[in-house]
Design a protein around this ligand. Structure first.
Ligand SMILES: Cc1cc2nc3c(=O)[nH]c(=O)nc-3n(C[C@H](O)[C@H](O)[C@H](O)COP(=O)(O)OP(=O)(O)OC[C@H]3O[C@@H](n4cnc5c(N)ncnc54)[C@H](O)[C@@H]3O)c2cc1C
Length: 408
């Protein structure tokens, strides 16, 4: 079986699904391929994984028509408090408080549970007739000829496209086969993701405590539930993985503190070993990378998915405009516009997250004192606080149209 598509999207995670849908909405024919059987998992038991989505990501999901259902089950983040903490000793007196009222409009961002985001995207994709789905098919090879790229699936089926978008995650074989090398760094930290229910309401407040082994984020979900992203040294995380729920909760409690009353675990625990992984290039002839296949950053600022969304918005804009101008949009001449646009943003974000993790996951007395003073100072200067909030919400120079809520 052979067929030619405008765009082949290799990898149907969140970023690949948004890529496929955004291209299809702009009139492109799309083949979306994932090695897993993608399905709507709305009815499974509570799943503790959740994402902090920035306002610019929400702008894009709104233009694409996906946000109107998600907003009903998303939790607005109204306040964010960042402080130093030591398990059992509570937060330091110096902290930064980001309040949504300091921004021009709306909450700082929204928390959305993984399975709701995926099932909304799935429903949008399944209704769109421009998208052909190849789920349960692994991509095993790709070859570029002068006008097209040929993608071979594990079942020997071949599909052809003008452009292959690599959204196959942190171990991207699309990047590897394209000869794109990566910079990598092992943080020797692991993030433990789980959720807790608590007695007192969170009032939309998010917390980030910087502990010596890594940050602990407490992020608000609907109904007195918070999502926890607890980063520990990997050896300690391996130990925590072996504990029963009761023993695990006993370890978590002194870190969480008692400011929300009694807490209890809700749903499963997930363990994510952390590493930085940055592709040295974003494009080669007929191939462009987006999302984690292009850059995996430390989750310290909860920005990885948002960064991937900015890739998607930029790529769709460049390719849509190139097609309107009658250009062959899979050529390097066109694709290089995308990589040039994205370079500064991705460099800034991975340098920032890397640096913050280095400075904050550290128990030196001197550094601890200096960062306490720094946080106290920032907290007292509203202009800096506002600028940091705008940056975290994805606003910045050269924002793609979809991210500012406009159509291409
Ligand atoms: C602990 C933690 C917390 C985080 N919190 C946040 C947050 O709050 N906010 C935020 O913005 N980001 C956050 N992130 C980052 C975010 O989770 C990732 O950036 C995002 O999930 C990446 O999505 P993706 O679609 O690019 O990749 P993936 O989710 O890895 O998807 C890749 C897809 O490709 C498919 N695939 C792979 N190889 C093949 C192949 N050969 N053929 C076919 N299909 C293939 C896979 O099956 C998979 O479905 C967090 C990350 C971690 C680790």
């Amino acid at each position: 079986m052979t067929k030619t598509y405008d765009i082949i999207v290799g990898g149907g995670g969140i970023i690949g699904s948004v890529t496929a849908f955004a291209f299809a909405k702009h009139g492109f024919t799309v083949a979306l391929v994932d090695e897993k059987q993608v399905n709507a998992k709305k009815n499974i038991e509570f799943d503790s994984r959740a994402y902090a989505l920035s306002r610019t990501t929400i702008n894009m999901l709104s233009v694409l028509g996906v946000w109107k259902d998600l907003v009903k089950i998303a939790q607005p983040i109204l306040d964010m408090k960042v402080s130093d903490g030591v398990a059992g000793r509570g937060a330091s007196p110096f902290y930064m408080h980001f309040d949504h009222r300091d921004m021009e409009a709306g909450p700082i961002g929204y928390m959305v549970v993984d399975r709701f985001l995926k099932s909304s995207l799935w429903e949008s994709i399944s209704r769109n007739t421009n998208i052909s789905k190849f789920f349960g098919y692994k991509i095993i090879n790709q070859n570029v000829n002068s006008r097209l790229i040929e993608v071979q699936l594990e079942n020997k089926c071949k599909i052809f496209g003008k452009l292959l978008v690599g959204s196959d995650g942190r171990r991207s074989t699309i990047a590897e086969r394209s000869g794109i090398k990566r910079h990598t760094f092992d943080y020797r930290q692991t993030s433990i993701v789980c959720a807790v229910s608590h007695e007192r309401d969170h009032l939309g407040e998010a917390h980030q405590f910087f502990m010596p082994p890594g940050p602990l984020a407490i992020l608000p979900l609907k109904n007195r539930i918070s999502s926890i992203v607890w980063t520990e040294k990997s050896e300690e995380a391996s130990h925590l993985k072996t504990l029963s729920d009761a023993k695990f909760l006993k370890e978590l409690k002194p870190r969480f503190g008692n400011f929300r009353g009694q807490i209890s675990l809700k749903g499963a625990r997930y363990f994510f070993p952390l590493s930085l992984s940055i592709s040295k290039k974003l494009v080669v002839e007929r191939v462009a990378l987006v999302g984690d296949s292009a850059h995996v950053v430390h989750p310290i600022a909860g920005q990885g998915l948002n960064l991937g969304m900015r890739d998607v918005a930029s790529l769709v804009e460049i390719i849509t405009i190139a097609r309107r101008c009658g250009e062959d949009f899979g050529t390097t001449d066109v694709l290089v516009r995308y990589s040039t646009w994205r370079d500064f943003d991705r460099l800034t974000l991975y340098s920032f997250t890397h640096l913050v993790n280095k400075v904050f996951s550290n128990d030196s007395m001197i550094i601890r004192t200096l960062r306490g003073i720094g946080m106290g100072a920032i907290n007292n200067i509203p202009g800096i606080r506002r600028a940091l909030m705008e940056e975290a919400s994805g606003h910045g120079e050269g924002l793609p149209l979809l991210m500012s809520g406009r159509r291409i």
